[in-house]
Design a protein around this ligand. Structure first.
Ligand code: FES
Ligand code: FE2
Length: 325
């Protein structure tokens, strides 16, 4: 996993108004709660006293209380009270656990997966989706590394096979492009799929005209994806890494053509059903891929249509290397 990046890791509603939640993300056991002034606290979910899960406890005056012997933690992971020592007794510095900077934005909880807590970069999000859209959401667990899951959403070759009776109807197996464009850590790719009547072959990105740039999709490193289906209809996904073999997918159907309360919920409901069908078609195949994660140098023979996937692997590799410097 790439260090020093913002990751969307939970839906904002998963962190209760009152109470605490424990989840595994980025290979770590983490506890989340909301402080009295509605900041998001994210601390390591292992009590520094004798290792119990802090998230099995409760929130008292904005602090998390371990269920075992009542140690209380603040948002900085510091123990503020050791009940057995008495309220009067000051708590020594060494009683603390690690933390991550966490924020609520765009309906998600984000953590900055690194040591830094201040002067952090902006939380990345797709510009279009910042306003005017309503969304419905499905959450699904895939027993795969997040690289396999996000690469599946970048795969423009699989559509007529995996989705032959849904979005891939019509057997458009030939791929033009995809043409790719990086802006910072955001990758956009343009693509057109066609029926193979025997008279055409794949076009490279430089041979594509505007008419060949039928669909565009985007990712922002490391873990969010955006499918621009139409001006007012989008599909979005965040791939929250649980650990090296598991990912939680938050798939959102965004629309801005129906703002009316009630009706927009019906639209959202149908958006959800179709997203679920399509996602299950993907899942059936992706969970069979070996190995369960990808990297730049691996034993796979990619084809020109896999260009977005190759770009993702390359950038991921660069960011991992940057990290290590
Ligand atoms: S294990 Fe948490 S207070 Fe003892
Ligand atoms: Fe798919």
């Amino acid at each position: 996993m790439i260090r020093n990046k913002w990751y969307a890791i939970l839906d904002a509603k998963e962190v209760p108004k009152k109470g605490i939640i424990g989840v595994r993300r980025l290979g770590e056991k983490l506890a989340f709660w909301r402080t009295a002034d509605n900041q998001i606290a994210c601390i390591f979910d292992k009590c520094c006293h004798r290792g119990a899960s802090i998230s099995a406890g409760k929130i008292i005056n904005g602090h998390a209380q371990c269920p075992f012997h009542g140690f209380e933690y603040d948002i900085d992971g510091k123990v503020t009270l050791i009940p057995a020592n008495g309220r009067k007794k000051e708590v020594a510095e060494r009683y603390k656990v690690n933390t991550y900077a966490a924020k609520e934005k765009y309906g998600f909880i984000w953590i900055y997966w690194g040591e830094e807590k201040v002067n952090l970069p902006e939380i990345p999000f797709f510009e279009d989706l910042k306003t005017n859209f309503h969304y419905s959401q499905i959450i699904d667990h895939w027993p795969m590394h997040y690289t396999r899951c996000i690469e599946n959403q970048m795969d423009v070759v699989h559509i007529p096979f995996v989705h032959h009776n849904t979005i891939g109807k019509g057997g458009k197996t030939v791929v033009y492009g995809p043409k790719v464009k990086w802006e910072g850590n955001q990758l956009t790719w343009y693509v057109k799929n066609l029926v193979d009547d025997g008279s055409i072959e794949a076009k490279g990105p430089n041979e594509m005209g505007e008419e060949d740039e039928l669909f565009s999709l985007q990712i922002i490193m490391p873990n969010i994806w955006h499918n621009i289906i139409a001006e007012k209809v989008r599909v979005f996904a965040a791939f929250a890494p649980i650990d090296d073999e598991n990912t939680m997918i938050y798939l959102r159907f965004y629309q801005s053509f129906m703002p009316i309360w009630g009706i927009r919920h019906i639209v959202g409901f149908f958006g959800k059903i179709s997203s679920r069908i399509i996602l299950n078609q993907d899942k059936r195949v992706v969970v069979t891929q070996l190995p369960k994660y990808t990297q730049m140098k691996m034993d796979e023979k990619l084809i020109p249509g896999d260009r977005p996937i190759a770009e993702f692997r390359k950038r991921r590799d660069e960011l991992m290397k940057e990290d290590k410097q």
